[in-house]
Design a protein. Structure first.
Length: 182
């Protein structure tokens, strides 16, 4: 009977040490886990303010003086983004390269132009009359400086309705598409 008791004691000691303490056969291993990520060059563009002109008076004030207004677009690009350009389309119903607004009831047109600000620095104030037309072609789009960070930068759009247009009383509108290439 003593032999049986001794065997049971040895078996129970072996079980306890293998389950709870990993006994004599414990160890460890190490491996490396590579971690990678890519940051793509991306940009976003949105309208900050619309190009809203005041009332055009073809009989008095605007018979000899152009009507000016400013709009603003906001752009955000990945830090360090390069070769970023922004172009502005000709609108819904241009006449060649001339932008036009169409009257709601008369169907008449009111000519207008859009110019780049005098410098391509974010927030540069418009000066009138504008000098460089802002269009969607390579030579008339604006080339932005490298993005110093991913924060939003705003750029002014300088709009002008030329003086001396004989147009009907109406509400005139158009829509320009802004395109950012990166």
């Amino acid at each position: 009977m003593k032999k049986y008791t001794l065997t049971a004691t040895l078996l129970s000691t072996f079980f306890i040490s293998s389950v709870f303490g990993q006994g004599l056969s414990g160890g460890s291993a190490i491996t490396s886990i590579p971690v990678t990520a890519r940051v793509a060059q991306v940009c976003s563009i949105s309208t900050s303010t619309n190009l809203n002109f005041a009332s055009y008076d073809p009989v008095n004030v605007n018979a000899t003086t152009a009507l000016n207004s400013t709009a603003q677009i906001s752009i955000a690009c990945t830090k360090g983004s390069t070769s970023v350009t922004v172009g502005l389309g000709y609108g819904v119903a241009p006449s060649g390269t001339q932008r036009t607004m169409t009257g709601t009831t008369s169907g008449g047109t009111l000519l207008y132009n859009v110019f780049q600000p005098p410098t391509l620095v974010a927030g540069a104030v418009c000066t009138f009359p504008g000098k460089t037309a802002w269009r969607n072609t390579t030579s008339t789009s604006i080339a932005l400086s490298n993005a110093p960070d991913s924060q939003v930068r705003s750029y002014n759009i300088c709009g002008t309705i030329p003086a001396g247009q004989s147009v009907a009383a109406d509400a005139y509108s158009d829509t320009i598409t802004a395109t950012i290439n990166f």
